[in-house]
Design a binder for this molecule. Structure first.
Ligand SMILES: NC(=O)c1ccc[n+]([C@@H]2O[C@H](COP(=O)([O-])OP(=O)(O)OC[C@H]3O[C@@H](n4cnc5c(N)ncnc54)[C@H](OP(=O)(O)O)[C@@H]3O)[C@@H](O)[C@H]2O)c1
Length: 298
């Protein structure tokens, strides 16, 4: 979408890992950013204004929209941990499904462009990867199911919503949220072993590339986009790249398989995304190794 310097972007989940990276990218791109936070009342990156709202509270969400008067919205807030969603199914339904559909309704009423941050976990990962946008979702965990139902419900309420399925993301942490690489780095630095799956594959991207992709998605109302990276990596391969890039000992990485670990949420083996549609539109995620190097240089 065409943007003047005064245009206002509302980002939900601004205190989260992705939201924080999005606030930084959007302010740098000239947006006037309002970042919605909930429990973590953090100071947002320079140039972003924060607003506190529980998106499960309809009145609160309406007040947020009235206050922000956004030119566009990126909805990144979620209960994003599949195991927590399995343990707290009602909370997952309220946040990941109902609040998302309600937000789409409010954006439809005000004719405000909306980008929804969905997930590669809408796929079962049991054959068919890499998944293009034409592939049928078939989630095997509640988190993926609620995200899929949110995609359907939001599209019904606001046909212009842009649906973006994200891969596994890593990168710079915010004050209240980190990506999966920070605990891995801490373990390697402290000389602790890390067990990593050799049979679970994703197409990871950095938070800053993901943010760039979501800002690009604002220009494409009504599209369904996969914003995956260009490499299909197992968790173990991701760990090896991190060890190599940081110069920390690879010997601390222990090969493991999904079946070795019991978890509340089922884990798909391979939800790699085919993201050529987005790449053709100009989405250009960097190689994982390059983004890890940039992260380590700080
Ligand atoms: N991380 C990944 O690898 C990954 C992969 C695929 C898709 N995604 C999707 O990407 C998005 C961001 O994920 P993330 O990893 O950045 O998540 P995160 O770090 O856990 O952040 C979640 C954000 O959602 C907010 N939130 C949760 N419940 C809320 C509520 N009731 N009202 C208002 N805000 C609420 C949190 O606010 P407070 O902290 O202030 O409470 C926080 O800002 C999510 O939609 C997730 O499903 C993530």
């Amino acid at each position: 979408m065409k943007k003047s310097p005064k245009q206002r972007l509302l980002i939900t989940g601004a205190s989260g890992f992705l939201g924080w990276n999005l606030c930084r990218a959007a302010t740098a791109a000239g947006w006037s950013v309002i970042g919605a936070v909930n429990r973590n009342r953090i100071k947002l990156p320079e140039g972003a204004e924060s607003a506190r709202t529980d998106l499960c509270d309809w009145d609160g969400m309406k007040e947020l929209l009235d206050f922000a008067r956004p030119s566009a919205v990126i909805h990144a807030a979620a209960l994003a941990d599949p195991n927590s969603c399995a343990r707290e199914p009602d909370a997952s339904r309220r946040v990941n499904l109902e609040a998302s559909v309600n937000l789409a309704g409010l954006c439809a009423d005000a004719a405000v462009p909306l980008v929804f941050v969905s997930t590669d976990l809408v796929f079962d990962g049991r054959g068919g990867a890499p998944y293009a946008e034409s592939a049928g979702p078939n989630p095997i965990c509640l988190y993926g199911e609620h995200k899929m139902l949110a995609e359907y419900g939001m599209r019904e309420r606001w046909p212009s919503v842009t649906l973006c399925r994200m891969p596994l993301m890593f990168g710079e942490p915010g004050p209240a949220a980190k990506s999966f690489v920070q605990p891995m780095l801490a373990a390697l630095r402290e000389g602790r072993e890390i067990r990593l799956f050799t049979d679970e594959f994703r197409t990871p991207v950095s938070g800053r590339d993901a943010a760039a992709g979501l800002l690009l998605a604002l220009k494409h109302p009504g599209l369904l986009l996969h914003l995956g990276g260009r490499e299909r990596l197992s968790r173990f391969e991701m760990g090896r790249l991190l060890a190599q890039t940081s110069g920390l000992p690879e010997t601390l990485l222990v090969k493991s398989r999904q079946a070795d670990v019991a978890m509340p949420a089922a884990r798909p083996p391979d939800v790699s995304l085919d993201s050529r549609r987005a790449w053709d539109l100009g989405y250009n995620p960097a190689p994982v190794e390059a983004e890890l190097s940039a992260l380590l240089k700080g």
